[in-house]
Design a protein around this ligand. Structure first.
Ligand code: FBP
Length: 550
């Protein structure tokens, strides 16, 4: 294989030593805390997870030397890329090797499918060293295959037995960690001796709770998008001629959009959770945008920026109902899948929807209606990244402005440009925060494995303090669960954390957005992520985290 060609920054980052919580730099002792309960539906979850329900919280503290047994572990990267994944692996590798150099780490290739299909590599020092502090998941690849059948669990157990693997670390979002917990329970029930540990990954920032302060990758991705938004704002402020409609990844939750707004102060920022709470229609959303555009035009400002969360459409109540109906309708629907033309599919869907949803569906531009019926992801979710909400809004806003113009109520000029930022940030070189956080998560996962734990998620807390004050431990995954309807059935799942309207980040935004919308100039230009330099420039966590911890 040809050696990787590295940029000067990559070469410099290869020797960056991520910071660890102080306790992890020494011998550690495992301290058990309170026994736990699921966030809701206690009896149902307890019945489904008789062996892994209610386990205590865990913290690692400085202590005496412990002789750990030999452990061979394997790691899986699951779902969308997030900056820092390689450092979880590096931390896991270093943790395992430090406790016993004979410990081995394998990587299953291409996501959870690698476990079932027995595709793997042994991760050696040479391989891991090549990927330290880099973005991407390409060390072993990722995938979205859902492991949910007994046959898949058994195939996994078979390869683990063959390789002598006694623990699997699944690095994933809420759905992947839910599956990790199901797998952990199954392996205990079958007495396989295989432990399963989860790790909180997703740029979306929606895997968080009291014990998981943030998912990794959110920090870096938001910083990359905010840099781009800032650059666009400077461009808009220079040429003064375009309204930029910027859709941001994040699936259902608007955390990314909110964080980018806090960092860049755009003229308008929509938050899906607020739209839902206000029971707003698409027309209400358009009116809100138009109001600001008209106001700025009255001051001669025919330009601006609008941030749109990619999941917006799912939070407009009428659209939400339509999507829910479509989800049920399209789950395993062979008739629909066999249809060849879009028109055939359109007619078929229209006929089966409730009268209200059928009307909403008919009124949508055809392109958007088609995007709503595209394949669901393996977890049954609409792939919101494929729905071009920014274009839908541009179309509706332009129509409304033309109407106002015809009545002499708007004298401005409306030229728009659409953007979608998602893939640009998911594999960025991790910020110092993400590099340190992920390395610590991986190292903590190694300790959980060596302590014989299963059904836990690696947790590193107190993240707004300097890294040496971070607290490392484990959280039982069942603690984060409740029952929800998926693919038409009630299932135990980790509850997604949406933006709380009574939370500090939203409150801050809501208190300032009027100033950001008006004619005074309040754009912020965050600039690119800095890896070297003063700590206030290089080591800051997200504004969301800072406000939440205030
Ligand atoms: P995860 O939840 O798996 O981390 O993925 C996040 C995400 O980037 C979402 O923001 C986005 O909607 C989706 O993945 C896109 O999926 P894909 O990578 O399959 O295009």
């Amino acid at each position: 294989m040809k050696p990787m060609i590295k940029s000067p920054l990559q070469i410099a980052r290869a020797s960056y030593q991520p910071k660890l919580p102080e306790a992890l730099k020494h011998h550690v002792v495992l301290k058990e805390g309170k026994f736990t309960e699921s966030i809701a539906d206690h009896e149902d979850i307890k019945a489904l997870f008789p062996n892994t329900y209610g386990m205590p919280l865990i913290a690692f503290e400085t202590g005496e030397k412990v002789d750990y047994p030999i452990a061979n572990a394997a790691v899986i990267l699951s779902g969308g890329q997030a900056p820092g994944g390689h450092n979880v692996i590096a931390g896991l590798f270093d943790g395992l090797k430090k406790m016993n150099p004979s410990n081995k780490l394998y990587g299953f290739l291409g996501g959870p499918a690698g476990l079932v299909d027995h595709k793997y590599i042994e991760l050696t020092k040479e391989i891991v060293d090549d990927y330290r502090n880099t973005g991407g998941f390409d060390i072993i690849g990722s995938g979205r295959t859902k492991i949910e059948e007994e046959e898949q669990y058994e195939k996994g157990a078979e390869i683990c037995k063959k390789l002598g693997i006694n623990a699997i670390v699944i690095i994933g979002g809420d759905d992947s960690n839910t599956n990790a917990c199901v797998l952990a329970e199954y392996y205990v029930q079958k007495n396989t001796g295989i432990q399963v540990i989860g790790c909180p990954k997703t740029i979306d920032g929606d895997l968080k709770n009291e014990m998981i302060e943030t998912s990794f990758g959110f920090d870096t991705a938001c910083k990359v998008y905010s840099e781009l938004i800032g650059n666009i704002q400077r461009d808009a402020n220079s040429s003064k001629k375009y309204w930029h409609f910027i859709r941001l990844m994040g699936r259902s939750a608007s955390h990314i959009t909110l964080e980018c707004a806090l960092q860049s102060q755009p003229n308008i920022c929509l938050i899906s959770e607020e739209v839902e709470a206000k029971n707003a229609t698409l027309t209400d959303v358009v009116e809100e945008i138009v109001k600001v555009i008209v106001h700025r035009a009255e001051h001669g400002l025919n330009f601006g920026t609008i941030l749109i969360p990619e999941g917006l459409i799912e939070f407009i109540p009428a659209m939400k109902k339509l999507i829910e109906e479509l989800n049920e309708l399209l789950a395993h629907n062979d008739d629909f899948n066999a249809m060849e033309t879009d028109e055939e599919k359109r007619q078929y869907v229209k006929g089966l929807l409730s009268p209200e949803s059928s009307k909403v569906y008919r009124d949508l531009p055809k392109g958007i209606a088609r995007q709503l019926t595209l394949d669901r992801d393996p977890h049954g979710n609409v792939q919101v990244s494929l729905i071009e909400t920014e274009k839908l809004l541009i179309e509706m806003v332009a129509k409304r402005l033309a109407n106002l113009k015809a009545h002499n109520d708007y004298k401005g000029k409306f030229s728009s440009i659409n953007h979608f930022f998602g893939y640009e940030g998911r594999c960025a070189i991790p910020s110092n925060f993400d590099a340190d956080y992920t390395y610590s998560l991986g190292y903590t996962a190694a300790l959980l494995i060596l302590s014989g734990k299963t059904g836990y998620m690696s947790s590193v807390r107190n993240l707004t303090a300097p890294a040496f004050e971070w607290i490392a431990g484990g959280v039982p995954i069942t603690m984060m669960m409740n029952m929800e309807r998926r693919h038409g059935k009630l299932k135990p799942v980790i509850q997604k954390a949406l933006v709380h309207l009574d939370g500090a980040p939203f409150k801050y935004f809501s208190a300032h957005r009027k100033d950001w919308a008006d004619e005074s100039q309040s754009y912020v230009y965050p600039g690119p992520i800095q890896y070297y330099g003063p700590t206030e420039v290089c080591d800051q966590p997200t504004k969301t985290l800072l406000l939440e911890k205030e």
